[in-house]
Design a protein around this ligand. Sequence first.
Ligand SMILES: Cc1cc2nc3c(=O)[nH]c(=O)nc-3n(C[C@H](O)[C@H](O)[C@H](O)COP(=O)(O)OP(=O)(O)OC[C@H]3O[C@@H](n4cnc5c(N)ncnc54)[C@H](O)[C@@H]3O)c2cc1C
Length: 508
Amino acid sequence: MSKKILIIGAGPGGLTSGMILAHRGYDVTIVEKASVVGGRNAPIQAGDYTFDTGPTFLHQKFTLDEMFAEAGGRKPEDYMDFVKLDPMTTLSWSDTSLDTSFDQDKMKHNIEKAFPGESANYDRFMRDHAKKLRKIFPCLLNPYNKLSSYMQKHILKALPYVATTKSVMDVLDEYFTNDDLKIAFTFQAKYLGMSPWTCPALFSILAYIEYAHGIYHIQGGLSNISAGMAKVFQEEGGNLMLNTEVREISYQNDRAVAVELANGDKMNFDDLIINADYAQARHMIFGERNEPEEKLRKKKFSCSTYMLYLGLDTIYESEPHHHVIFADNYQQNLRDIQDGVKVSDDMSIYVRNSSITDPTVAPAGHSQLYILVPTINNRSGYTWEETQAEYREKVLDKIIERTGMKDLRDHIVEERSITPQDWQEADIFLGATFNLAHTMDQMLYFRPQNRMKGFENIYLVGGGTHPGSGLPTIYESARISSNMICESHGETPGRVDFATAILDQDIC
Ligand SMILES: Cc1cc2nc3c(=O)[nH]c(=O)nc-3n(C[C@H](O)[C@H](O)[C@H](O)COP(=O)(O)OP(=O)(O)OC[C@H]3O[C@@H](n4cnc5c(N)ncnc54)[C@H](O)[C@@H]3O)c2cc1C
C-alpha cells in the first residue's frame, strides 16, 4: 500500500511537494484552511477586479520548469500563460530613473543614459556574477541536516562567496560609483525583506538572476501558478481539502502520527509536511511540542508590508508594469524598518500596474493597482488601527507626486488593504511577510531544517525553511523535502536539472 503523506497548507511549497509526491505514487492529501489555494500567492477578488495577494513576478523560471517536469514531464506553459517583461521594472529616484532589462545591450544603454560612465561596470558585474551564481547555486539544492553537510565539494567551492562578513551593498561598492545605481543592483534584498546594508553578500546573485534571465508576469495574476499546481496535483490523484484547518499535531515518541482538525476530525499519515508559516505553526499547532512565543521572538524576522489593492475605472497606459519608487533617503528608510519601531513617512513604494500587460484582471477600460510598502513588522507592538487611514493618504500622495497618475484618487472604485497586523491575523508570525530573516546564523544548517530536528517524520516546505523565501527557493525547499521523504522509504529519486546547462552557458 502506498505511504500516506499529509501536507498542511496549499501555499507554493505545499503544492509543489503535493504534485511531485502524488506523481511518485504517494497517497497525498493537502489540507488548507482557506477557501482557495495559494496562501500568500492566492488571488484576492474585489468586485470585478482580481489581485495577487503577494508575489507579482516570477524569476528563475527554469526552477518552476523543473518542478512541473518532476511531476510527470509536464510544462507550466500548459497550465498558464507567461509574459516575459521588457522593460522589467522602472526604478525611480527623486531626480532620475532607470528602466531595467534582461536584454544586456538595452540595459547597458539605459545605464549609460541615466548614469554616464557606468555601463562598463555593469559588464563586469554580470561577468563576475555569472561565475558567482554558478558556484553558489548547487549549495541551494540539498538539505543541511548535519554539520558535516558543509564538507561537500560544492560548498567548499562556494565558501569564498558565502563565508564573508560583507553585505550586498559592500559587494556593489566594488562595481559602481553612483549610489543610486548601486541601489538598482541591491534593492532585491527587499525580496527577502532585508536591507542591502545588512543582507549577506551572497545575495548579490538576486540582481544577477533577474538581469540575466528576466522576470515573468502570468496572465490573470501570479496566483495562477498555484492554481496550475493544484490542477496538476489533482490530475495525479492528490486529495485537496479546502476550508480545512489543522488545530494540533499528536505524536508517538518522535513520530507525528495524526492531526486534529478544527472540526474535531482526526487524520493519520506516515509523513507530515508543514507549509504553514514556520514560526506561527511552531507556536500554534505542535500541541505538546509547541514552542513558546518568547523563544521564537528571539529569532530574527523579515520586515512586513503595508498593502493597498486599488480597482480603477481607468487605465494608466503610460505607467510601467512594475515601478519601484525609492524613498528620498533610502538608507534611512531601511534603517527605520530594520530598527522596527518607526513607520517611515519617507517610504519606498512598489506599484504594479499589470493591466497594461494583462486585460484579464479588470473589466474592459478599467485597471487595477497593487501597491506594496515595506514597513516594520509587529515586534514593537505598533498598532495600525488609528494610523492606517492617514498612512494611506501619505502613500497615495507620494505615488501622485512621483508618477503620472495625477488624478489617481478620482478613479478608485474598489479598494482593499492589508496591514502588518492583518498579516499576523492571517497566521504570519509577527506579520513578517518574508519569514525568518536570511542572516548567516539563520541559513543552511541553522535555518529550520527540511526534516525538522527532533522529529522523525515532520518535514518543512516554504519560505521558513532551507533554502529560503521567494518562489523559486520555496519550490526548491519542496523538492528537497519531497526527496528526503522518498529516501526515507528507500527510494533514490532522480533530479530533473535544467539549471546546470543554463548557468553553464552564462559563463561561456
Ligand atoms: C506581499 C508579498 C509579495 C511577495 N512578492 C514575491 C514576488 O513577487 N516573487 C517571489 O518570488 N516571491 C514573493 N513573495 C514571497 C513568497 O514567494 C510568498 O510569500 C509565498 O507565497 C510563500 O509561500 P509558502 O509556500 O512559504 O507559504 P504560504 O504562501 O504562506 O502558504 C501557507 C499556507 O498554509 C495555510 N495554513 C496555515 N496554517 C494552517 C493550518 N493550521 N491548517 C491548514 N492550513 C494552514 C495557509 O492558509 C496558506 O495557504 C512575496 C510575499 C509577500 C507576502
